[in-house]
Design a binder for this molecule. Structure first.
Ligand SMILES: Cc1ncc(COP(=O)(O)O)c(C=O)c1O
Length: 394
């Protein structure tokens, strides 16, 4: 597997190990190379009709075509955004307000980009909001979804493809079928699966999908929204006529070029990378289980066929010192993300682990991997964790 230029994996000790790829991924140098000419030479405004502008417009439209082709959509169905959060907002605000929908369904395990958006629409009285039940491992109760949709008239449904904290994969084909039966508008937050799984919108019943470049080795602050043409959404950002009057403002040109390049590379190398990363995850599971007593895997993250191959969420035996563990991991030069279930209303823990009913005394760590990680890095992280964990008083 190619090492990222910043990786210290095979050269220095202690290593700088990055296992927080669900938060963001390092930029692929091939992506940077594609972007640089649009920072250096091609500075025209894509809305200008002169040569400088036309050159950039052509590049943007090519990027749109590339993305559309990869997910089997039409170019007109792709709108560029500032990332996943904006795409989620567009799907929710756009369709609820434009279609006058009065009810929405989501789950307590969604990203805040969806939860807070729908809760904002609930607060303004636009909708009533229902949450699909789930079990302790985060499996959604699809019969409950069916009931909720049957009882509440035409609804907006937002259920993610993969959970960013615990990695659970939801069956978006089955959810799409239920939504279609009830004529619901179905949005899926695909931020964590775009670039890691092949999406084919012709095989899905979704009205919306979203992508965010920085989750698959592209630049930050750029993404896209796929929208089925029969769902018209009104703009959230008003101004010029960019993005077919849906999203005003001069386009993030080099970001868009980087987004398309990153997705192209992700699709090109997907099978090799998936195999490599799943191997790292299996190694993590085996080594953590053998090195640390009473380690638990949250959600479905240890089930290979039901979770993202890039994410492993681990609960450690109760120590009451998860912050310290994270701090220690940081000084060992292992970057991870963590949290625990909230122990009180004042304690802003993970809303996902809280919804699963995880023990608030147990600290949780999310290891999230990318194509640039190596087996030595997994061994190093487990070694550091096991060493420090033994030092934390129970
Ligand atoms: C599932 C999910 N949705 C939405 C977002 C927000 O994406 P962005 O950072 O591009 O706004 C994230 C980012 O962490 C995410 O993991």
């Amino acid at each position: 597997m190619p090492l990222h230029p910043d990786s210290h994996a095979s050269t220095t000790t202690p290593m700088a190990v990055y296992f927080d790829n669900a938060a963001t991924t390092p930029l692929d140098p091939e992506v940077l190379d594609a972007m640089l000419p649009f920072l250096r030479e091609h500075y025209g405004n894509p809305s200008s009709i002169h040569g400088h502008g036309r050159k950039v417009r052509a590049a943007i439209e090519n990027a749109r075509k590339t993305i559309a082709h990869l997910i089997n959509a039409a170019p007109a169905e792709i709108s560029f955004t500032s990332g996943g959060t904006e795409g989620d907002n567009y799907a929710a605000f756009g369709s609820i307000r434009t279609l006058g929908l009065k009810h929405a369904v989501t789950s307590k395990l969604e990203h805040h980009a969806v939860l807070h958006t729908l809760q904002a629409l609930e607060k303004t009285g636009d909708i009533t909001l229902s949450y699909v039940r789930h079990d302790q491992q985060g499996r959604l109760d699809l019969e409950h979804l069916d009931e909720l949709l049957g009882a509440n008239g035409r609804s907006f449904v937002s259920l993610m493809h993969a959970n960013n904290e615990i990695g659970n994969l939801n069956d978006i084909v089955a959810i799409g079928d239920i939504c279609q039966r009830h004529q619901a508008i179905f949005h899926t937050d695909t931020v964590q699966t775009m670039g890691h799984y092949r999406h084919d919108v012709q095989k899905l019943k979704n009205h919306f999908l979203v992508g965010s470049a920085h989750k698959f080795h592209g630049p930050k602050g750029v993404g896209f929204l796929y929208r089925r043409p029969e769902v018209h959404v009104s703009p959230l950002i008003h101004g010029g006529s960019q993005e077919r009057n849906v999203r005003a403002g001069t386009e993030n040109v080099y970001g868009i070029i980087g987004l398309a390049k990153a997705l192209e590379i992700a699709y090109r190398d997907m099978d090799t990378h998936q195999q490599h990363i799943q191997g790292l995850k299996d190694r993590f599971i085996a080594r953590l289980t053998s090195e640390i007593e009473d380690v638990q895997f949250n959600g479905l993250s240890a089930h290979a066929d039901q979770s993202l191959y890039t994410v492993l969420n681990v609960s450690l035996p109760p120590s009451g010192m998860s912050e310290m563990l994270l701090f220690n991991l940081d000084i060992s030069r292992v970057s991870v993300s963590g949290g625990s279930a909230c122990s009180s209303g004042a304690d802003a823990g993970s809303h996902v682990l809280t919804a699963l009913g995880c023990d608030p005394q147990r600290g949780a760590i999310r290891f999230s991997m990318s194509k640039y990680n190596t087996a030595e890095e997994v061994d190093y992280a487990v070694e550091q964790l096991a060493k420090m964990y033994r030092k934390v008083p129970a």
